[in-house]
Ligand binder design. Structure first.
Ligand code: 2BA
Length: 147
């Protein structure tokens, strides 16, 4: 086996490690909170991207954001779900990578984010890079230099 230096490892392109957009559960801008709640519940993911019809990334949506938006003073106001738009409750600050970025940038960002949204040069959403995939790569590299 050809062993890799840590510099080679950190400079690996991320493109091959991405979960492509068609496999990523997402909600669309304009969807209501009830629909988003269904998607989050059915997929089991705690947070997913918010995209528009052109696959431009606008934010991230989590179960907590939905719950907070319907929290009344003494009860949860489920009847509000239909009227709340994901646009108004999503987090617009999203950690992103460019498809041409190297592994090191992903490693730096994934410390604070469970997944990173990946954009192409036209700023279109092309997929995500998850903490799981990054840790698997790191494990492979550590085993390779250890034995
Ligand atoms: P979480 O939903 O909090 O998931 C945390 C970890 O639990 C995931 O880590 C994965 O190992 C496992 N997990 C959760 N739901 C799963 C499912 N339906 N099928 C298989 N494994 C599941 P990662 O794989 O590193 O993902 C990190 C985060 O990336 C997830 O956090 C989720 O917010 C997002 N994510 C991952 N794959 C996604 C996809 N296909 N579509 C949308 N979001 C995704």
């Amino acid at each position: 086996m050809i062993s890799m230096t840590s510099k080679d490892f950190l400079e690996l392109p991320i493109a091959d490690l991405i979960i492509s957009s068609e496999k990523v559960a997402h909600v669309q801008l304009g969807n209501n909170a009830e629909h988003a709640l269904l998607v989050l519940t059915k997929t089991g993911y705690s947070s997913i991207p918010v995209l528009d019809t052109q696959y431009c990334l606008h934010g991230l949506l989590s179960m907590r954001m939905i719950t907070e938006s319907i929290l009344g003073l003494d009860h949860i106001e489920f009847e509000k779900l239909n009227d709340i738009k994901v646009d108004d409750i999503m987090d617009k600050k999203v950690a992103t990578l460019n498809i041409h970025d190297k592994f090191q940038k992903a490693l730096d960002l994934v410390i604070n984010h469970a997944f990173l949204c990946v954009l192409d040069n036209e700023e279109k959403f092309v997929g995500i890079m998850t903490r799981r995939v990054i840790l698997k790569q790191l494990k492979k590299y550590i085993y390779q230099i250890s034995y």
